[in-house]
Design a protein around this ligand. Structure first.
Ligand SMILES: [Zn+2]
Length: 440
């Protein structure tokens, strides 16, 4: 592989935003200075961002008798177009399948990916007798474990005693417990993925419980998809009390609110946890602006109209989830940075360094620094475009942001020094993505 210089652009990292040059050699950032190179890219007027890491995607996930519409092929291609150079998906946990077995199976499915990836190991049906499997998974390069406190009806729920035992073991290997925090007993599953069935206090109670376990076990803990002001308050309280706890939110909780459910196509917006109120939205933006969260990720789990429409009047059966991976970076720039709710440096934290540090990818991923993988996004901060589902690459004909005008357009994306997207053209080959093991 040759050398490439990106010059004249504004480099964006959590610590510094300023004019700079990136010299790339053999897929790595070699230095932040000029040197003779085979190719020179003039980035004047563009932002040079670290490649985004979407720490929460579900490709080809079996849900409610169907499968999320994107597989690793289409989903990772859409990721590339959206400036996501690394994604983290999940194993498909099952009580009868050992953790390393589930991991190896999912790793082999992910091989067709066009961008780099890692996995979280789902702890469905895990029991403390199987503690050895946690270190076996570590030996395979994964130290992140996913727990659901809801979904007892489908057998995915982990009780608090089991969670505590797992957190003690995860702490031992220096890993992280990722938790879907909704209190099962406060959720009315039969009424579907709507705020009247999954109230904000179900999130608050669950985050509070997990926060106490994190404080007691000293296990690094990451709360997925915080959707509400009460859930957020519980997270911040746990942090103040010394819990090693991190929070994630998603673009849909920042840009959309529950009013969409009264639209004729409201069922297409179903997602778990559900969309909440404008006041919840504002609380999440404030927390982001104050640097209180670790990451913004998408919980990407798209379905087509054909998959959701038959269940319009059957909330219990509707497949719940929204597309996101391709619009993550543009939406956070447009609705956050361009609107003055987020600083550019914070964009680099929430989409790159924050998730990289949480999930053992740092400093190989998420950094613009010598030695790091040359994963970069070139963004024109002044260009505008309009979201139309049919023009995106995600395998769904629905976008919750249809018709929204977005400020900031991705001009080019580099993954390990290779152009995978440039001027609207996909240059990535399926299968070029690599599994990135936990660093250190
Ligand atoms: Zn999820």
């Amino acid at each position: 592989m040759g050398s490439l210089v990106i010059k004249g652009g504004t480099l964006v990292t959590p610590r510094r935003v300023g004019r700079g040059t990136v010299y790339i050699e053999d897929g790595k950032i070699a230095r932040l200075a000029k040197a003779p190179a085979a190719e020179v890219f003039e980035a004047r007027g563009l932002l040079v961002l670290p490649g985004a890491i979407d720490a929460h995607v579900h490709f080809a996930l079996p849900v409610a008798g169907t499968r999320s519409a994107d597989d690793f092929h289409s989903g990772s291609l859409a990721a590339a177009c959206g400036g996501v150079t690394t994604f983290i998906d999940f194993t498909l946990g099952h009580p009868e399948v050992s953790l390393p077995e589930a991991l190896e199976k999912r790793l082999s499915e992910a091989k067709v990916s066009t961008v780099d990836y890692s996995l979280h190991v789902e702890m469905i049906g895990w029991i403390p007798d199987r503690v050895r499997e946690i270190s076996e998974v570590k030996d395979l390069g994964v130290r992140s474990f996913k727990f659901y406190l809801a979904y007892s009806e489908s057998g995915r729920r982990t009780d608090l005693r089991t969670l505590k035992a797992a957190m003690e073991a995860i702490r031992e290997i220096g890993g992280v417990a990722m938790v879907h925090a909704e209190c099962d007993e406060l959720v009315d599953q039969k009424k579907g993925p709507f705020p009247w069935a999954r109230p904000a206090i179900s999130e608050e109670v669950a985050v509070a419980e997990v926060g106490i376990l994190a404080r007691e076990t000293h296990c690094q803990t990451y709360i997925a998809h915080i959707s509400s002001a009460p859930g957020l308050s519980a997270l911040l309280r746990a942090k103040r009390e010394g819990a090693p706890i991190m929070g994630e939110t998603c673009p849909h909780y920042l840009l959309l609110d529950e009013s969409v459910y009264s639209r004729p196509d409201g069922h297409l917006f179903t997602v778990t946890p559900p969309l909440r109120t404008p006041a919840d939205q504002e609380a999440l933006w404030r927390a982001l602006g104050r640097g209180r969260l670790q990451a913004v990720a998408t919980d990407h789990c798209p379905f087509t109209r054909a998959q959701k429409d038959p269940h319009r009047d059957n909330p219990e059966k509707i497949p719940s989830g929204l597309p996101g991976v391709e619009t993550l970076l543009p939406l956070l720039f447009s609705a956050g940075v361009a609107k003055g709710k987020l600083r550019l440096s914070q964009l680099a934290w929430y989409l790159s360094e924050g998730p990289a540090r949480a999930f053992g990818l740092w400093p190989r991923k998420g950094a613009i620094a010598p030695g790091s993988d040359a994963d970069l996004v070139l963004l024109d901060p002044n260009a505008t475009w309009t979201i139309h589902a049919e023009e995106l690459h995600m395998a769904t004909d629905f976008s919750p942001y249809e018709g929204l005008t977005v400020r900031g357009k991705i001009v080019g994306v580099l993954s390990r020094g290779e152009w995978i997207y440039r001027d609207g053209e996909i240059l990535a080959r399926p299968g070029r993505g690599q599994f990135i093991p936990w660093q250190g």
